[in-house]
Write a new protein. Structure first.
Length: 193
């Protein structure tokens, strides 16, 4: 873990951020592996969570719903059978998610912590940042498939993550947002080891 010492890391007046935007299709973005909208990187924890979801859907949820569809179909007229229609739709959704997870897990590259990353922002880092108004955030840079349901996780493909990549404690990151540019200072970087 790397921490900023109080007062050493940032000027406190507007206009101090220097623009270094990394565009998705720029040579720098391609060199960092962010030339696609859905980078196929994932943390080990994220990979295990997706495998667990796939296992649950395939071994528990799908057989249960299939049994309900069979039971509802045995009742007769399917056109007015709400149980049949609902569970058949649910079965299609489960099958769609299972296909997606199988394909996605096959294509993913698990990124593990490396000691060379220490002190700089890379994939998997927890980063404490602060803006000019004193607003602070504690964020983790992860893959696209890991952000759902995780309040403090951001995709490596997001403008914030792209602005933070390869920065060190005390560095400034200029983030391009729909509302304009926003400057953030890095106060702390740590990794799950």
């Amino acid at each position: 873990m790397v921490l900023a010492q109080d007062g050493e890391h940032r000027p406190r007046h507007k206009g101090t951020c220097i623009a270094h935007p990394i565009m998705l299709n720029s040579p720098q973005g391609a060199a960092w592996g962010i030339n696609q909208l859905s980078t196929k990187l994932i943390t080990q924890e994220g990979f295990e969570a997706l495998k667990k979801e796939l296992d649950y859907l395939w071994r528990e949820k799908r057989p249960d719903v299939t049994q309900k569809v069979t039971w509802a179909a045995s009742l007769g007229d399917r056109s007015e059978n709400a149980d049949y229609q609902y569970n058949k739709k649910l079965l299609r959704e489960i099958d769609r998610r299972v296909r997606y997870l199988r394909k996605r897990l096959e294509d993913m590259k698990v990124v593990s912590y490396s000691p060379e990353q220490e002190g700089r922002v890379f994939f998997g880092a927890w980063v404490d940042i602060e803006n000019e108004e004193g607003e602070t955030k504690h964020l983790r840079i992860v893959g696209y498939d890991e952000i759902y349901g995780q309040k403090d996780y951001i995709s490596i493909d997001s403008p914030m993550a792209r602005a933070l990549l390869k920065k060190e404690v005390g560095d400034e990151a200029l983030v391009q947002t729909p509302g304009g540019e926003m400057c953030w200072w890095i106060n702390q970087i740590e990794y799950v080891k």
